[in-house]
Write a protein that binds this ligand. Structure first.
Ligand code: PTT
Ligand code: SF4
Length: 606
């Protein structure tokens, strides 16, 4: 086959066994790769009710047909598992040489089950796989461990690893690649930790086979030229995602003080414009043609790669108005392997709970040094850090105040306040992994199109974005920024897919793949939770309860009834029942017959 190797590496760490699974060709056609493969594998092989931090959970790393090929920004891979943070489907998308190497080794995915007895490294070299001891690395931070792994396996090795947070099963620990590339927000690092897997190291020596190399090269060079000629390319190269700080402030969506407000008085000090003045380096994922890893030196003179989400969640959301201070927290998150968004959301919740006298905490808004201490406590599960390592949903239930815990399904909201953005709130509510912006960054469109409206048009736009971002880019597996940031035509990626696979793939075809993957992921959630209700898709109570008190949109908040109406429209558009379960006929149309019995049991019509 072209585009796929047709092989998945199955590693059982309990038994120390490694086997090749030649999966059916239909799986490639229906699910493409990446998130699609992850969803299919979890649906078929994950034991329902398995403890996410137990040996029966499956940890998956998957590439897609265009990963690692010529073309803009194809050095990405998807990591997925049942999430210890949400109890549902969880995934993330990381830029890493491991993506390129996995393809060169001739595997479309790695599935890891069981748990090793001792800290281990899974080494994959072309067709062979084995475990090596990692006792000497256990306890090391991700930078130290990365350096040791490079020494041991060489500069060209693809490396995915965890830090102390993953080892200590912090529920929002991530998987880290290179220094400062991190993914798998819903606790994928803890899943690796529970398997005592410090790292996965991959090397391959083959060139992936493609159907039509000339067509591939042509599409790739045209796409790269389009990126470089884009009017937004220059500004992107200067600020990357950091440009969003000033934009978010202007649009009143910059989270401040645990999402109490959408504007922050100190936004200039954490902005992209300020960053430009102190930037010391620019890094990127492999094969990237528009690098966005802007590096500055933090308060302590150490190098940190920044992103908007990190800076907003660990800056304005915690009342911190100096970039160099937010960077201290960002760096700690990278070192320990903690998700910056969930960390910022959980810390924001804790600071507010302390302010309300519900939690004893020796830290307040803007107190960076003390907050940094808390970050360490979380990673090492010390004192109150042990409670906060559970994430804001669990911590808030324990504390007994849940309405200002800013999460959906247990995953903390990314850095866009939604008091005045019902569509973005719906994007969080319906994201397949909990509140993440990656599937639908509706906010930019929404602020210009009837911002406070609850309309079907908005619902349709949301689904359009979910199909493109959560479908095409998560299954073909490449970075979505060439399309969503420099605005090149997504058709370039369809051409790459066609040239790689030889299949007659169109955008409509990929939209259907996206709908199939969405429906199947929803069925995984339904199975894990023993049913579903519309309340389980609701955004945080704060946005309905308490209006903004500052900025041009002062007084704005969401309307519960109108939001529910829009959520029902969303289900309708997707062919899901009014309680959020895909209808049997929808599943049949998408070729998901094996999920029909579960849907028949749980879908409540009207
Ligand atoms: C992503 C999430 C994001 S989304 C950010 S900043 W962003 C945070 N980054 C973190 C970090 O850094 N360190 C850390 N310890 N935790 C972090 N948590 C947060 O994780 C990332 C880029 C970005 S930067 C974005 S939007 C795009 N996301 C893509 C995606 O989801 N799919 C895709 N096909 N392409 C994408 N391109 C862009 O990639 P998660 P990365 Mg990340 C330091 O992984 O789990 O999806 O969460 O992977 O290699 O760092 O690239 O303003
Ligand atoms: Fe990585 Fe940024 Fe390049 Fe995308 S644009 S591949 S996230 S460096």
């Amino acid at each position: 086959p072209y585009g796929w190797s047709g092989r998945i590496l199955w590693a059982d760490l309990s038994r120390g066994e490694f086997r090749e699974w030649r999966y059916p060709g239909e799986m490639a056609r229906l699910f493409i790769g990446g998130r699609g493969f992850a969803a299919k594998i979890l649906w078929e092989f994950l034991e329902p009710g398995a403890d996410p931090l137990g040996p029966r959970n499956l940890f998956i790393a998957a590439v897609g047909p265009i990963t690692g090929l010529p073309g803009p920004n194809t050095g990405k891979l998807v990591v997925a598992a049942k999430s210890p943070l949400t109890g549902g489907y969880g995934d993330g998308n990381i830029g890493s040489w491991a993506a390129v190497q996995l393809r060169a080794a001739g595997w479309d995915a790695i599935v890891v089950e069981g748990a090793a007895e001792k800290p281990s490294i899974l080494v994959v070299e072309d067709d062979k796989a084995w475990l090596e001891p990692a006792e000497d690395l256990w306890g090391l931070d991700t930078f130290q461990a990365y350096d040791r792994l490079v020494e041991r396996y060489g500069r060209d090795a693809g490396i995915l690893l965890i830090g102390p947070a993953g080892e200590n099963l912090v529920r929002f620990a991530t998987v880290v690649a290179q220094k400062g590339r991190s993914g798998g927000r819903p606790g994928l690092g803890a899943v690796m930790g529970s398997k005592r897997l410090k790292a996965i190291v991959v090397r391959g020596s083959r060139r992936p086979e493609v159907f039509d190399r000339d067509a591939l090269m042509k599409a790739a060079s045209e796409a790269i030229r389009a990126v470089r000629q884009s009017p937004s390319y220059g500004f992107w190269m200067r600020q990357g995602t950091m440009a969003t700080v000033e934009w978010a402030q202007e649009a009143s969506v910059l989270p401040a003080y645990n999402f109490r407000e959408g504007v922050f008085e100190g936004y200039r000090g954490i902005s992209g414009s300020y960053m430009e003045k102190i930037e010391v380096d620019l890094r990127s994922c492999p094969l990237c043609v528009m690098p966005c890893g802007h590096v500055i030196e933090d308060e302590e003179g150490r190098r940190v790669e920044l992103d908007y989400e990190n800076v907003a969640m660990l800056g304005s959301n915690l009342g911190i108005s100096r970039l160099e201070e937010a960077a201290v927290l960002n760096r700690l998150a990278d070192l320990y392997g903690l998700d910056t968004i969930s960390l910022g959301g959980t810390l924001g919740y804790a600071l507010e709970a302390a302010e309300r006298g519900k939690l004893e905490l020796d830290a307040g808004w803007g107190e960076t040094r003390k907050i940094a201490g808390l970050v360490q406590d979380i990673a090492l599960r010390r004192g109150v850090g042990d409670l906060l390592a559970e994430g804001s949903a669990r911590a808030s239930r324990k504390i007994g105040e849940t309405w200002y815990a800013m999460h959906v399904k247990g995953l903390e909201v990314s850095a866009y306040d939604c008091h005045a953005a019902p569509g973005m709130a719906l994007a969080y509510a319906t994201s397949p992994i909990g509140a993440h912006h990656k599937d639908a960054w509706l906010i930019a469109w929404e602020v210009q199109h009837g911002r406070m409206e609850y309309s079907r048009e908005k619902v349709r736009k949301l689904i359009e974005l979910q199909r493109l971002r959560g479908g095409l880019f998560e299954t073909a597996v490449a970075c979505r920024f060439p399309v969503v940031e420099t605005g090149i035509d997504p058709e370039y990626f369809i051409r790459l897919l066609r040239a790689a696979t030889g299949l007659d793939i169109t955008m409509e075809y990929m939209n259907e793949v996206a709908d199939r993957v969405y429906a199947l992921i929803r069925m995984i959630w339904v199975r894990e939770h023993g049913g579903w209700s519309i309340e389980m898709d609701m955004p945080p109570e704060r946005w309905f309860r308490e209006p903004l008190t500052k900025g041009p949109l002062k007084g704005a908040k969401l309307d519960r009834d109108r939001f529910l109406e829009m959520l029902r429209m969303y289900y309708e558009e997707r062919g899901w029942a009014p309680n959020g379960v895909p209808l049997p006929e929808t599943l049949r149309r998408l070729g998901l017959e094996d999920a029909v019995p579960l849907a028949e049991k749980h879908a409540q019509r009207g």
